[in-house]
Design a protein around this ligand. Structure first.
Ligand SMILES: *[C@@H]1O[C@H](CO)[C@@H](O)[C@H](O)[C@H]1NC(C)=O
Length: 336
């Protein structure tokens, strides 16, 4: 694919060059018309004829490469288990940038359905329009976080777990939707909770695709460490490499596990506890679903980091505010 793109690009450049050259030659011919320089015309004619031949050959080549592209457009095999990605999101300056980054990662993953849940009392136009143009298979949901559970301005981000209500709303929709779908394939799949600020390797999605119960892997740049991960011995998870309270039932980051759809459907009550103490949100969901012994280590026995807990810096708006005070702020009609 990449090689073909390269070839095509090269072809376009070569074509461009040829056409420019022909234009130049033509211009030169015009210049030379008045003088008697017949002895120069012959090589010119030859050059033009040679270039014409070259052009024809390249056009032919392009046509052929166009034709061979077709088989790649085949739809994903229906037997591939669907990956349901549940993403909580909330309005902020960087929201559209984060959603753009994540959605363009997800576009590369076959057989994926994105469940985007807004922390909002209604669906916002920004997210609605964004999804409509995303090119993804998606479901747009919303549910506001109750006031008493919301972080206040200035609270550290770890004070209260974020996104519990939204993930639960995603689970509710998924269970209802799957119940409505009949057929053997409707219960096949995997559920992954992907926050909108992380960075995901495409390989991660293929690692999780055949999850039987709960699969696990390392997460980079999390918990004040280079990575956190389940420690695997003899193909089994025996403990967790984490800097903080390793005695938690499942000291895993949200981005560090996926659950089979089957397990989610068989345990209708499994959900996230928004009141769980700090660091226990993941455990509140996984407890009762799986034991440590049953965890399926992925990413080469948890030796590879395929997802990173990146955080986007909050943009500074000092200048914008100063300009706004003078009535010279950026046009609010421009969506950012
Ligand atoms: C994981 O470890 C087990 C036991 O050591 C081994 O049999 C297996 O091949 C390993 N898997 C991978 C993908 O490295």
């Amino acid at each position: 694919m990449a090689a073909r793109m390269k070839l095509k690009l090269k072809t376009v450049f070569v074509l461009y060059f040829m056409v420019s050259l022909m234009g130049l030659v033509y211009a030169l011919m015009q210049l030379g018309q008045r003088c008697d320089c017949t002895e120069h015309d012959l090589p010119k004619e030859r050059t033009i004829s040679r270039l014409r031949g070259e052009l024809h050959r390249l056009q032919e080549q392009m046509r052929k490469s166009e034709a061979t592209k077709q088989p790649q457009k085949q739809p994903a095999k229906p037997s591939l288990p669907t990956i349901f990605v549940i993403t909580p999101t909330y309005a902020r300056l960087v929201q559209k940038a984060e959603l753009t980054r994540l959605s363009q990662t997800l576009l590369h993953v076959p057989q994926l359905h994105w469940i985007l849940v807004e922390d909002s009392p209604h669906k916002t136009p920004l997210v609605t329009d964004f999804l409509a143009k995303s090119g993804l298979s998606y479901t747009h949901l919303h549910t506001p976080t109750p006031k008493d559970r919301k972080l206040q301005e200035g609270d550290p981000s770890w004070l209260k777990p974020r996104g519990a209500e939204q993930r639960n709303e995603g689970l509710r929709w998924l269970r209802e939707d799957r119940r409505a779908q009949q057929g053997a394939d409707s219960q096949q799949g995997v559920v992954y909770f992907a926050d909108d600020d992380n960075t995901y390797s495409l390989q991660l999605f293929e690692e999780m695709r055949n999850t039987q119960r709960v699969s696990v892997w390392p997460v980079g740049l999390v918990g004040g460490m280079r990575y956190e991960r389940p420690v695997v011995e003899g193909g089994k998870v025996v403990r967790f490499h984490t800097g903080w309270r390793p005695s938690r039932p499942f000291p895993l980051d949200m981005a560090g596990f996926a659950v089979s759809l089957r397990l989610v459907l068989d345990n209708q009550d499994a959900c996230f506890d928004g009141d769980a103490p700090m660091g226990f949100l993941e455990s509140s969901f996984l407890q009762g679903l799986v034991t440590m012994d049953e965890l399926e280590p992925k990413a080469d026995n948890c030796s590879k980091v395929l997802v990173w807990h990146t955080r986007t810096e909050k943009p500074k708006m000092k200048r914008e505010e100063a300009l706004q005070a003078q009535g010279l702020g950026s046009d609010t009609a421009v969506e950012v």
